[in-house]
Write a protein that binds this ligand. Structure first.
Ligand code: NAP
Ligand code: G4F
Length: 351
């Protein structure tokens, strides 16, 4: 029987890479997206162009549904009859979760419950379920973090993801469902949302080169993150659902860097000193911070045969090159342009 994957959050970073990954393996893929007032399918428009959804045999379709709307979830499950469900949809911004705590809990904690409960009622226990859990659940627990590290969430986002993690395990234990958690550490790509720190940095550097702006404003530069590449991580996500039994896995590179190191490295690729272009503002600091994340993915390596391919420097350059290319610059042209830039952050304003 052909595998049939339902992906929530298909228009997001991971959803778009996962859809490509599963289609390349011969899956029939159904994505869900929620209504937006302006089209936001840029990450999957190339898939719409590849597949004609007027063809009844088309392997890729997207329909409207929402994690806050149980009936929409039940309708898509009844209609599509998936063999695997990947729950990637979320309000995924930690900083914004402090401003939108209630809706973040609704989407990120009750949303997975609605989906699990709907799968149990509509599809039965044979469907395999993946929950996009997060290293943010570890919060203040010191690194390195593994599957055995206690959760100490520091944000509404982290608390909601911890609730969803336990609800996923509960469905496994109580109802015998194949319900698995991937505890993924930060992963980035040229498709990363513009207000996450790595993409904000590479996108704004491209704007500095283009002459649109003269600096980047950032918050906490001391936070440490274990940054990997989303394209590598969707393969781990797929492997988690192919494992012989439902289980929980940390997915990480095992290397950590500060935000300062990321921004310094990105500017250094163009021969620039980051301190000439970065100012620090309280505006982007959070009421509580996760100080340091460093994942121990030895279980995923051992049981799933997974390991990351793209390292820190390659990831940073890939993202910068992509943002420069979108503004019509090659890396070499940008390096030439960079030589004519004057520092825009006076030393006295540096904190
Ligand atoms: P993303 O780019 O923000 O994608 C999340 C998607 O969820 C968006 O397309 C969003 O749609 C959709 N969504 C939000 N609320 C929804 C709702 N009520 N109903 C249906 N869809 C909804 O995030 P990502 O980086 O791909 O991350 C994928 C998942 O992994 C998320 O659950 C995230 O929390 C988790 N995660 C990410 C990382 C990471 O470093 N990237 C690490 C650990 C865990 P709109 O575009 O309409 O908002
Ligand atoms: O890029 P970030 O916003 O990612 P964060 O908070 O680590 O969350 C991401 O990773 C989680 C996995 O651990 C995911 F679950 C979650 O969905 C998301 O994908 O911030 C990274 C660090 C933070 O310490 C933040 O305080 O960068 C710091 N930072 C400093 N200046 C900033 C900024 N973050 C943002 N977004 N914008 C700034 O200007």
């Amino acid at each position: 029987m052909t595998a049939r994957a339902l992906i929530t959050g298909v228009v997001g970073q991971d959803g778009s890479y996962l859809a490509e990954h599963l289609l390349s393996k011969g899956y029939i893929v159904r994505g869900i997206t929620r209504r937006a007032s302006y089209p936001h399918t840029q990450r999957i428009d190339h898939l719409f162009a590849m597949y004609d959804d007027r063809d009844p045999e088309c392997p890729f379709r997207v329909t409207y549904a929402d994690l806050t709307d149980s009936s929409s979830l039940q309708n898509v499950l009844l209609d599509f009859q998936p063999t695997e469900v990947y729950n990637l949809a979320a309000q995924s911004h930690v900083g914004i979760s402090f401003d939108t705590g209630e809706s973040t809990l609704d989407i990120n904690a009750i949303g997975p419950f609605r989906l699990l409960d709907s799968i149990r009622r509509v599809c039965g226990p044979d469907v395999r379920f993946y929950q996009a859990s997060s290293s943010e659940m570890f919060g203040a627990s010191p690194p390195p973090q593994s599957e055995l590290t206690p959760f100490l969430p520091q944000s509404p986002y982290g608390a909601a993801k911890a609730a969803a993690y336990y609800l996923t395990r509960m469905h496994r234990v109580a109802y015998g469902m194949f319900a698995a958690n991937g505890i993924l550490f930060n992963h980035e790509s040229p498709r990363r949302g513009l207000n996450f720190v790595t993409r904000k940095i590479t996108y704004t550097i491209a704007r500095i080169i283009a002459g649109d702006v003269d600096r980047i404003e950032l918050g906490n530069l001391d936070a440490k993150r274990d940054w990997g590449f989303s394209g590598d991580y969707v393969d781990a996500i797929w492997r988690i659902l192919q494992h012989t039994e439902a289980d929980d896995f940390v997915v990480a590179t095992g290397e950590t860097h500060t935000v300062r190191e990321f921004v310094a490295h990105a500017f250094s690729i163009l021969g620039l000193d980051w301190e000439d272009f970065v100012s620090v503002t309280d505006r982007f600091k959070r009421p509580a911070e996760v100080p340091a994340l460093l994942g121990d993915a030895s279980k995923a390596r051992r049981l799933l045969g997974w390991q990351p391919k793209v390292g820190f420097a390659e990831l940073c350059q890939m993202m910068l090159e992509s943002d420069l290319a979108a503004r019509g610059h090659t890396l070499d042209e940008a390096r030439v342009q960079a030589k004519s830039l004057r520092p825009s952050v006076p030393r006295v304003r540096r904190k």
